[in-house]
Design a binder for this molecule. Structure first.
Ligand SMILES: [Zn+2]
Length: 195
């Protein structure tokens, strides 16, 4: 009888030891630094984490980097190329400042509809947000914004198809004279994605 009790106690102690060992092993695994591949996946799945190279966030709330489709060189008729990135989202989805900077111009045009031109802090690049449904409350020219601030809402103004609301997002390199309408377009896609 005594040996049976000893055997049972031994079993319980042994099982407890195994459980403690497994628990500690798991905690060690959790505490380990993420690998480069894991970090890239985290950036892709968390739109508001700035791209580690460019510092840009995806400028439409809730849109994953992995869902973006490169369309910078798409033909838009009359020999024109697109020169931007279209980010599809339901009408009314918040549009976010892609980086820190200043609202340079609020402008309405036939093609772009309701638009915002934002400069970065160095005034080297201009960020253009078009087809907005409406601006964020209180947004005005000269206003400082931080990456992730809501500046407007996705819409179908300008020449956007009624059944395909999206943000037309362009980035231009400003000339030395800094006119907001004179920049040369560069492809936003590689600057947003973790590539
Ligand atoms: Zn577009």
């Amino acid at each position: 009888m005594r040996s049976t009790v000893s055997f049972l106690i031994g079993c319980v102690l042994g099982a407890t030891g195994v459980l403690v060992y497994l628990h500690e092993t798991r905690q060690l695994a959790v505490a380990a630094e993420p690998t480069a591949v894991q970090r890239a996946a985290m950036v892709a799945q968390t739109p508001k984490i700035p791209n580690p190279v460019t510092g840009l966030i995806v400028p439409v709330e809730g849109v994953l980097r992995t869902s973006l489709r490169r369309d910078f060189t798409d033909n838009r008729g009359g020999g024109r190329t697109h020169g931007a990135l279209d980010i599809r989202a339901p009408r009314g989805t918040p549009v976010l400042a892609a980086t820190d900077g200043t609202i340079r111009k609020l402008f309405t045009s036939k093609a772009g509809g309701l638009t915002i031109y934002q400069y970065d802090n160095a005034e080297k690049l201009c960020y253009y947000y078009a087809h907005l449904d409406h601006y964020a409350d209180g947004i005005k020219e000269g206003q400082r914004v931080s990456a992730g601030d809501v500046i407007g809402y996705v819409g179908i103004t300008g020449n956007a198809p009624i059944d395909a609301p999206h943000l037309h997002f362009a980035i231009t390199v400003l000339p030395p004279t800094k006119e907001w309408w004179k920049g040369d377009a560069i492809d936003p896609y590689p600057l947003l994605t973790a590539e």
